[in-house]
Design a protein around this ligand. Structure first.
Ligand code: ATP
Ligand code: MG
Length: 432
């Protein structure tokens, strides 16, 4: 964003002109050197928060006790943090003390990896005491200082390490890797929101399998506060992951661990996923299970009844429509997308049903366009009308009958017309 670049420069320039030191630092310098797009700009300065506030008309005191304020410049937010050190990590998470310091090098020392510990001034001159640029060129993630200590201080750094290695396709320096293995138990102190955020960034990247492989090999996967049963994971099932959009990658992961929708639901709650994402994935697994169960049942019964030809696709079509009514079109397309990436050996549909999958999707498409009956309230009859016509007080029969009518209409057995619906209701009820 050229706008952001201009205003960022103004912030650095204002601080420098006022006699302070000021640098871009961290992710934005790293990404600039890698030629990647920069999404936000962090800055570090010798000025203390009050001095920064005095220099700019619009400053938000976002984390003033840690030395961080947000300078609004040209409508863009810039995090400006006073040079500081951190100490007193007692809970494997956060420092208990921060102290302002005068030397940029001391500030850089508290940062996690050499590539994140590069500062750049307004003329593009770099301060890079830990060889960050060389590591960037060599594509290596390397801890600043002694790896074991740094991971001991803050367990989240282990996931950041693997995330960076995965997203940038970097290697991990030998000592950094070794330190991580030694300190992996520390991961259980890290809040699940933060763990999830790191894994989300990793999974969204160009090579999530690389990250998962490193997480598995290091043993970190099994050490999160709420572990996923990774030992059940069938790694081969994941091979098509990059073809999937971000959220469905989690779906594939859950599926490959052979989790039921109930277990997945519990896990996704514990992992602090939003309700929207959780339900999307749970419905996906539910769809997978119900479709598979029905298709297997249909295949079992048709292999004896229908000669030679295998499956009769009418029951399968009805199953699909029933699932569509229950879980909605989004789940249908999510499931198809996921299913297409599964290697043949992980597809659980019986071979006869397998052939029909694509056609089922087309039928479903045509179906929604044609009948446009998806919910009970789309029916041209109300519960009240049914109660009156049947001359029977409401009860469980009512809901059940409405469901039957919905399915029959959606499948195209009867038109969505009041008279036809009433007749069908009478037929259904007298046959019971
Ligand atoms: P991203 O591209 O995800 O924003 P980033 O490196 O910018 O990557 P931030 O969380 O924005 O990550 O942090 C900004 C900088 O703060 C980092 O580059 C690093 O210098 C420092 N930092 C962040 N988290 C840690 C940590 N857990 N331990 C030490 N330093 C950290
Ligand atoms: Mg950042």
């Amino acid at each position: 964003d050229p706008e952001m670049a201009i205003h960022g420069k103004e912030v650095i320039h204002t601080l420098t002109t006022a006699g302070y030191e000021a640098y871009w630092v961290g992710g934005c310098v790293r990404d600039e050197l890698l030629g990647r797009t920069i999404h936000d700009m962090d800055m570090t300065t010798s000025a203390e928060p009050e001095q920064v506030i005095a220099l700019f008309p619009h400053v938000i005191p976002t984390g003033i006790q840690h030395g961080t304020v947000t300078v609004m410049q040209g409508g863009h937010p810039f995090e400006v943090t006073t040079f500081r050190t951190e100490s007193g990590y007692t809970d494997h998470r956060r420092p208990t003390e921060v102290a302002f310091v005068k030397d940029i090098r001391e500030d850089l020392m508290r940062r996690d990896f050499s590539m994140n510990a590069i500062a750049m001034d307004e003329h593009g001159k770099r301060v890079d005491p830990f060889g960050g640029e060389a590591d960037l060129r060599a594509a290596i993630v390397r801890c600043v200082g002694r790896a074991e200590e740094r991971f001991e201080e803050d367990g989240l750094r282990m996931l950041r390490c693997i995330r960076f290695a995965s997203v940038f396709r970097f290697r991990i320096a030998y000592n950094t890797w070794k330190g991580m293995i030694r300190r992996k138990e520390g991961l259980r102190y890290i809040a699940m929101e933060r763990v999830r955020a790191e894994l989300e960034k990793m999974l969204a990247g160009p090579d999530p399998l690389r990250g998962l492989e490193m997480l598995g090999r290091s043993g970190l996967l099994a050490r999160t506060k709420v572990p996923v049963p990774w030992e059940q994971c069938e790694a081969q099932a994941l091979s098509g992951m990059v073809q999937l959009p971000e959220e469905l990658r989690w779906g594939l992961l859950l599926l490959s661990c052979r989790l039921t929708s109930e277990a997945a639901d519990e896990l996704l709650r514990a992992w602090t996923f939003s309700n929207a994402v959780r339900l999307r994935l749970v419905h996906l697994l539910e769809w997978e299970r119900e479709l598979t169960d029905s298709a297997v049942r249909i295949a079992d019964s048709s292999s004896t009844s229908v000669e030679g030809e295998g499956i009769n696709d009418e029951p399968l079509r009805r199953t699909w429509i029933r699932l569509l009514i229950k879980w909605g079109r989004d789940t249908s397309s999510d499931w198809l997308e996921l299913y297409k990436t599964l290697p043949a050996s992980f597809r659980k549909l019986p071979p006869q049903a397998e052939k029909h999958v694509a056609r089922m999707a087309e039928l479903a498409e045509a179906w929604t366009k044609q009948t446009a009956v998806v919910r009970i309230k789309d029916l041209n009859i109300t519960g009240n009308e049914l109660v009156q016509a049947m001359n029977r007080p409401g009860g469980p029969w009512l809901g059940q009958t409405m469901e039957r009518l919905l399915l029959a209409t959606a499948c195209g057995d009867i038109p969505n017309e009041t008279e036809a619906l009433l007749q069908e209701a009478k037929r259904v009820m007298s046959s019971e």
